[in-house]
Ligand binder design. Sequence first.
Ligand code: BES
Ligand code: MN
Ligand code: ZN
Length: 495
Amino acid sequence: MKYSLLSASTSTKATDCLVLGVWTKNKLTAQAAAVDKLLNGEINRIVGSGDVTGKIGDSLFMHPMTGNAKRILLVGCGDEGALDARNYRKVINATIKAILKSTAKDAVLALAELPLKDRDPAWAITLLVQECDNCTYQYDHTKSKKKPAHALKAIAITTPADANRKAMTEALKAGESIAVGVSAAKELGNLPGNICTPTYLADTAVKLAGQYKSLTTKVLNEKQMEKLGMGSLLSVSAGSKEEAKLIVIEYKGAVKTESKPYVLVGKGITFDTGGISLKPGLGMDEMKYDMCGAASVIGTMTAVAELGLAINVIGVIAAAENMPSGKATKPGDIVTSMSGQTIEILNTDAEGRLVLCDALTYVERFKPKTVIDIATLTGAAVATFGDQTSALLSSHQPLADELLGISQQTLDFVWQLPLWEEYQSLLDSNFADIANIGGPRAGTITAACFLSRFTKKYHWAHLDIAGTAWLSGAQKGATGRPVPLLVEYLRRQKA
Ligand code: BES
Ligand code: MN
Ligand code: ZN
């Protein structure tokens, strides 16, 4: 999709589809009223007919007899003066879905100018681009017949007449960069486990570094990880024919090259059978998505490189396949992590924390400003938050507060769970320093408690994206979350 900006006065530009908002009670938005004048009241007549209600997301095509727009899509924006960020997102979604059903090859959207109660026009532009890309994403990597491409190829976004051009252009670039990152994350997530292996993730990261000068990728193999003492990570890949990889993607954007980096760590289990603690069969295919944390790291690094942020960022991916076999780790086995702490593996299906803990120890060497790990870690997070909200746990409240604020801003929601000391004893083991499970209760919290034992040397936050990284059912597919949240977090940081 090609995106461009138009100053408001040019909404008379020739187009296949001009999108205008209408309020409830038959009221036109300012943009619709301006066009209505040019069309001698044609819009008002149709709105007056009652065929378009103004309800959020309701829409109606009209084909005006005069003017430069082949068609006009009237889209409901709710009560005048009451449009907020969440409803604006619904309006954008409804708009794109309606346009995609038509044969329009281009569209002019006069929606980012709408008065939003809680956001500015720059935000409206960024979100619009993100949502348009979200709606037009199509997976066909493993389809023998590719879906026909959408007719819609170009979207022009009108901007308020008094808007700051530079801010609008930056907002557009931000939306495009986030969209590229989200698409990359979706694509990796959707690939099946027999294609997207740890080696495939590593190759993808190496290729990415070939595309952007600011990125370099280093890949550690199992032998190198053994030398580092990563007995915990390696216990997960022990049962698999696929070699585990530790992937390190470095972005250098800070003027002072030695500036301390922001670090992202992604769980990259390219398939999670549960190992010897085998999962039940129903729905197990969805465990190809158990690398969505890793995918979000790759997506975010892509967006950061696109944006050319003036900070240093390092993305680390702990990639492995969790399989049962004669060589697989067994319940009761005890391994030694890179930190030196011994771990009693009581359940081989709690493997995410086992790969992450060694990656979290590894990143100490970077003396990070902050570390955020992203992981499809617990079924309990799905039970708690469903598919709307990622779980946030952190040992550093200012970092948690920052992420909570950004999540409200970006609508890429997270919500905090406690990481209190009182939960730690659930991980006690009679035979090792720590057990890898904390029993059936408070699963998301005890998983984070486990990780917290390995993150004492820096400011750390953990995002459990088990519920948000992909959708199930008829709309099964990766969401690319939480790339929007992570990119916005990094955009706000200083070197
Ligand atoms: N990848 C799963 C978590 C998961 C389950 C994500 C379902 C999304 C949907 C993780 O490796 C896992 O199996 N966790 C176990 C931990 C338990 C054994 C302590 C879980 O949540 O059941
Ligand atoms: Mn598991
Ligand atoms: Zn898993």
